[in-house]
Design a protein around this ligand. Sequence first.
Ligand code: AMP
Ligand code: MG
Length: 291
Amino acid sequence: MTRRLSELLRVPPGAVDLRAIDPRGTPGLPRSAGKDPKTWARAQLPILGAELFAWQEKLFAQAKTGASRQRLLLLLQAMDCGGKDGTIKKVVGEFNPQGVHIVAFGKPTEEELAHDFLWRIERGLPGAGMIGVFNRSHYEDVLVVRVHNLVPPRTWRARYAKINRFERKLVADGCAVVKVMLHISPAEQKQRLLDRLDDPTKYWKYDSGDIDERALWPAYQDAYADALGKCDSDDAPWYVVPADRKWYRDWAVANLLLEKLRELSPAYPPADFDPDVERGRLVTQPEVNSG
Ligand code: AMP
Ligand code: MG
């Protein structure tokens, strides 16, 4: 790959035009992917996964001594059927589950609504050493909330700056942030909804409200464009991942995480004991029997 995926998929500066980004595109796919890129990308995933897993263990280990606050948050946003769940299963599934903290943000509860919109977000943040995953996020408060006029415009308009301040603080506190919009086409969404209706094992995923939301596609795309444009920063960049092809989506998100982890470069902490002394204690200890 000549250019890093984090450059290729970063939201362009200035006003964002999502219509200019092809949901079936495969930016950055190397020539070596060959004539059957789907098979190639699917085969790459466990290879990328092994490196993700290795970095995660170091991240987890270095936090254990209390010496590091470093952690990584993957934030996923998408239209319905955009593939958030599939990405979590396929990509996040490569990590050690013990070090992963996944939070899904649905319609706010009474209690959550009684607080500032960032209240539930702060409570869901990953602890030191963890990989955090947000399935939806505080961006819903400038997306669905805006499209459905759930608060007055002056309220959601003020949120972009609040989000930027919040994320800047978060990154300064050691939490790296990778924000991904899974970008699908209306045609692909329709196909995925039809698939759900055709398969009794997928009925549980079907939400009849998705058809009404779908009718609001242009309003959602405008809201996304504003959110991505106003809340993209070098500290907490927004990436648009073409997501009509699931194999590209997974390959791309895995690479974005990998690039960030390589940049963070967590390292195993040194021993806070003398291994030789400990070995000596262990081998000279009287034999311990089971009772
Ligand atoms: P799902 O992810 O399919 O379980 O659906 C969760 C639903 O909660 C989606 O329709 C979201 O738009 C909605 N949701 C998430 N956050 C908010 C929010 N802050 N205000 C209103 N609705 C929300
Ligand atoms: Mg839904």
